[in-house]
Design a protein around this ligand. Structure first.
Ligand code: COA
Length: 412
């Protein structure tokens, strides 16, 4: 298979930017990526634009990419709009890789932007409902809740704590199942959140930069038991972009800063029981990606994973093979996933702390890992990073994500 390289990345800060438009944020990320790659906009031959909620929140149901990109001078070229829930941006990255591998283009832009923060919190929260089968919503939620049937919960576990996205209930249900099945504890989930908030203290693009102890995470406001506020990804605005090129086109770029795409895998889920972890959508995608890149989990230096809640990171470190099934909680509590540990996870602060503008998130992971592999991550640098994995999931279908992307990047 022909090689693909990442030769430029750009990212806005993630956070709450009421005054900034989708176009503003897209421009900032794309200009940063072009500057990083050292090319003018005229060199881009195709663009993949990712966004999930602009239709629901601003009425721009169609052509968001053309609207955001034409003012930057991206006209005449193919622009493809992509929506795959929280995995939209890594899907754009995967499709940009395919565009290059097909031989149709040699320099391609993947960009994701999301503007979700609004004074109308309920409208924003309702947008997340679209990432579940809307014709089957109640049954999906009921099945997820039933996964922990028989578990003894604290008396206030299910009380109403105010507006939240349905995904916090989905993740809480998955966490409760994991606690019941494997003995995972709330303190282990809090260890993930404390670690990620510690990491983002060193990330100037993160939405939150305040460190938390495990005790502070546990004592924070409950969102949906066992999840407390610092364990949950916030609502965020932001954009991120990557420029990819073919082996042939690499001669036009600084090869020493290029990062090779070892694998880029997109899969959808399959029907199975939650008691079949080997069938989990992320596990399937990860095995395929490791095989494609010719590497094993032990070879991975650093990972960015989809911690839409702290529990998500526990689940995905297991699926990525960094530990056995059921051991993700203990892995986090051991400190192995901290910068300086055996397998640093989410050095950026992850979605919980860096922020989660859903259509930009996957490319935000690529931004972080590209910096890590170039040795440009400053105080959050993972020393000697050579192989990096990004895991990005989207939506929920039955007991797992509807879409999963795994990207493996390698130092050149
Ligand atoms: N870590 C630390 N602090 C956080 C935080 C986090 N992850 N999220 C919010 N906060 C803080 C804010 O800074 C704010 O602090 P302040 O009062 O001192 O200013 C406070 O909590 C309230 O923040 P706000 O943005 O108003 O959140 P909220 O209370 O309305 O809702 C959630 C919080 C977690 C319920 C909401 O953000 C949510 O539903 N998130 C999930 C989004 C989602 O589903 N994404 C897709 C997942 S796949």
């Amino acid at each position: 298979m022909s090689a693909v390289y990442v030769v430029g990345v750009g990212m806005t800060a993630f956070g709450q930017f009421i005054q900034k438009s989708m176009q503003d944020m897209t421009r900032e990320a794309v200009h940063a990526a072009l500057g990083d790659a050292g090319i003018p906009v005229s060199k881009i031959e195709a663009a993949y634009f990712s966004n999930a909620t602009q239709g629901a929140l601003e009425g721009q149901y169609m052509i968001p990419g053309q609207v955001a990109l034409r003012p930057l001078g991206l006209e005449g070229i193919p622009i493809v709009n992509l929506e795959n829930a929280c995995a939209s941006a890594s899907t754009a990255f995967a499709m940009a890789c395919k565009e290059i591998r097909s031989g149709d283009s040699s320099v391609v832009l993947a960009v994701g932007a999301e503007k979700m923060v609004s004074p109308d919190k309920l409208k924003t929260m309702a947008a997340f409902d679209g990432a579940i089968d809307v014709h089957n919503r109640d049954e999906t939620i009921a099945n997820l809740l039933a996964m922990s049937d028989g578990m003894t919960l604290p008396s206030d576990a299910l009380e109403d704590t105010g507006p939240r996205s349905v995904f916090m209930d989905v993740y809480a249900a998955m966490a409760r199942f994991h606690m019941m099945e494997y003995g995972t504890t709330q303190a282990q989930i809090a260890a993930v959140a404390a670690k990620n908030h510690d990491h983002s203290v060193h990330n100037e693009r993160a939405q939150f930069r305040k460190s938390f102890s495990v005790e502070e995470v546990l004592a924070a406001r409950k969102v949906c038991w066992p999840l407390t506020l610092p364990m949950c990804s916030p609502v965020s605005d932001g954009a991120s972009a990557a420029i990819l090129c073919s082996e042939e086109a690499l001669k036009y770029f600084d090869r020493s800063r290029a990062v090779k795409v070892g694998a880029s895998v997109l899969v959808s889920g399959t029907t199975h029981s939650p008691k079949q972890p080997e069938q989990h959508i992320t596990r399937v995608a990860a095995l395929k990606a490791y095989d494609m890149a010719g590497v094993a989990p032990e070879d991975v230096s650093v990972a960015e994973v989809h911690d839409a809640t702290a529990f998500g990171e526990i689940l995905q470190t297991e699926n990525l093979g960094f530990c056995g099934f059921g051991e993700g909680g203990a892995l986090a509590a051991s400190g192995a996933t901290r910068i300086g540990g055996r397998i640093p996870v989410n050095p950026s602060g992850g979605l919980e702390s860096k922020g989660h503008p859903i259509g930009a998130t996957g490319l935000g992971q690529i931004f972080e890992l590209t910096q890590q592999l170039r040795g440009e991550a400053g105080a959050r640098q993972v020393e000697g990073a050579r192989i990096a994995v990004a895991e990005n999931g989207g939506g929920v279908y039955e007991y797992e994500e509807a879409a999963a992307c795994i990207t493996i990047l390698e130092k050149t």
